[in-house]
Ligand binder design. Structure first.
Ligand code: PHE
Length: 510
């Protein structure tokens, strides 16, 4: 039967009799719809009618029974006990039958079980070496009768049949089978005619007034929603936010780093990086063609910087190498955010009201002319902290970094002497990585040189410490990213960007 024919049958039946107590009694062309396939088809039609509130239905689960192979045998030939009784002679009218003979007559299994059951029921008795009948009339074979009823109706109707059913199941003579059917009544929107339901209220319906006659589909609040396709924060942004919060926790203020193009003066000269330093060559630094020249810094400051490079001063002998204005005026993509820190320190020294101690940080992009591979890109981000105050020592630098890195979950640090043209002393920072089981380099740091600070006009006794690191490295470790090219650039795995969890760098105890 087609869904359409089932639907009209259900609606017609309800319209004449109001209810359908058992959907198995529905029939089309004299064919009752009592197979499980029929009931499945009915279920589909009922669901669709229920969504339109035309019907309400309940599912009913009933159990019927079928005979096992053994049950079938008993149904045909009688129970084991009756078969034993049948082959025995009436007492005094024949030779009592011994166990071996009984086994030959009815088979070993039937003989064993039948003899013991018949004995219990007092149908047979012992007579010398064998058995004879104890009753003369054929006893009532209940088991066989029950099985006969089950085989024709699927169940037992007699009173107390539950125990009998249990017993037959225990003897493995019958097997249960579940059946699902439905009882159906009219719903609030019942009609023999199925209306087309509207999904949306339209302008036209409102204008014509058709909405008054229309029926609307009900909302399906159980429907699984469409996955939303919203934006997602890039992992670098999540880790940046964490670092930013750590700096704020420690009382740092953010430096303005929104300028990727710097002059060689701020990126190198002001930091006392010699003009002959290899890092300044085009193989390492991206220079900007246009505009060709940077704006002039304060001429007096420029002169002091030139002097410290070429001639020395403040107790330093300088580089005593030529210093060219042309080199100084070159524009480039900054190679480190320390260029910004330098400009900020100059501001700090020359602000109205004079120098005040400061703790400043930045997290932003830098550029290096490097060969790209799984761990290097030509642009990346630096995280940098700078502290300027009177009487700062190397001990302060170590303590600041210990506090900072403890807040990122790095509790075991080691420091190794290193070289930067602008810091003395300088230290590389290593952290013990539990997962990798080794020390990994996490930062570069140092105390800025007087050759860099004194020309700025910072008061005597002011020391400045700083540390810097990349943002990509901790991000890759945190999110277990092996290839930086899947994190940044045209091969970025957007799906992963969306799925990656918010990051929580471990906070320290405070
Ligand atoms: N500028 C250094 C780098 O690029 C980091 C650093 C910052 C070192 C501040 C010392 C002080 O690696």
């Amino acid at each position: 039967p087609t869904p359409e024919s089932i639907q009209s049958l259900i609606l017609q039946t309800l319209s004449t009799s109001n209810t359908i107590p058992d959907s198995r009694e529905l029939s089309i062309d004299g064919q009752t719809l009592n197979t499980s396939e029929d009931q499945n088809a009915i279920r589909g039609v009922l669901d669709s009618l229920q969504r339109k509130e035309m019907v309400e239905y309940k599912q009913i689960t009933a159990t019927s029974f079928t005979l096992t192979e053994e049950g079938q045998l008993i149904n045909e030939k009688g129970s084991h006990e009756i078969r034993v009784w049948q082959v025995l002679p009436v007492k005094g009218q024949g030779e009592p039958i011994t166990v071996p003979d009984l086994q030959k007559l009815v088979g070993a299994d039937v003989a064993k079980i039948g003899q013991s059951n018949a004995f219990k029921k007092k149908w047979i008795s012992k007579d010398g070496p064998g058995f004879v009948r104890a009753v003369e009339q054929p006893p009532k074979d209940e088991t066989a009768e029950q099985l006969k009823e089950i085989s024709s109706t699927g169940n037992l109707k007699i009173a107390g049949s539950e125990n009998a059913i249990k017993e037959l199941q225990k003897r493995k003579l019958i097997l249960p089978k579940k059946h699902i059917h439905y009882s159906v009544t009219k719903g609030p929107q019942f009609s023999t005619e199925v209306k087309q339901l509207e999904t949306d209220l339209t302008v036209e319906m409102l204008q014509s007034g058709a909405w008054k006659e229309s029926s609307f589909k009900t909302y399906n609040f159980a429907a699984a929603g469409q996955p939303t396709d919203g934006g997602a924060l890039h992992p670098l942004l999540k880790v940046r936010e964490e670092f930013r919060n750590i700096f704020f926790d420690m009382g740092f203020t953010e430096m303005p780093t929104n300028q990727f193009v710097e002059s060689a003066f701020w990126n190198f000269d002001a930091m006392f990086v010699p003009q002959q330093h290899p890092a300044r060559e085009v193989q390492d630094t991206f220079y900007v063609k246009s505009p060709v020249k940077a704006l002039q810094p304060d001429p007096e400051y420029y002169e002091r910087v030139r002097k410290i490079h070429e001639e020395g001063g403040y107790g330093s002998i300088g580089y005593r190498a030529p210093f060219s204005r042309e080199e100084s005026e070159k524009l480039l993509l900054r190679t480190h955010t320390t260029a910004v820190s330098t400009a900020m320190l100059y501001e700090l020294a020359n602000q109205p009201g004079g120098f005040k101690p400061a703790k400043m940080y930045s997290i932003d992009r830098v550029f290096r002319n490097e060969a790209m591979d799984a761990t290097h890109l030509a642009e990346f981000h630096q995280v940098e902290g700078v502290v300027a105050d009177y009487n700062i020592t190397l001990g302060h630098l170590i303590a600041f970094m210990q506090e900072f890195f403890a807040k990122t979950g790095n509790h075991k640090l080691r420091f190794k002497p290193a070289y930067n043209p602008y810091t003395e002393p300088s230290m590389e920072v290593f952290s013990w990585h539990e997962g990798l089981g080794k020390w990994i380099e996490i930062a570069n740091s140092g105390i800025f040189r007087p050759e860099m600070l004194e020309p700025m006009g910072l008061p005597k006794g002011v020391r400045v410490l700083g540390w810097g690191m990349s943002l990509e490295r901790p991000t890759m470790i945190k999110y277990k990213i092996g290839d930086i090219r899947t994190l940044v650039g045209h091969k970025t795995d957007l799906d992963q960007v969306k799925k990656r969890a918010a990051v929580r760098l471990e906070k320290g105890d405070d």
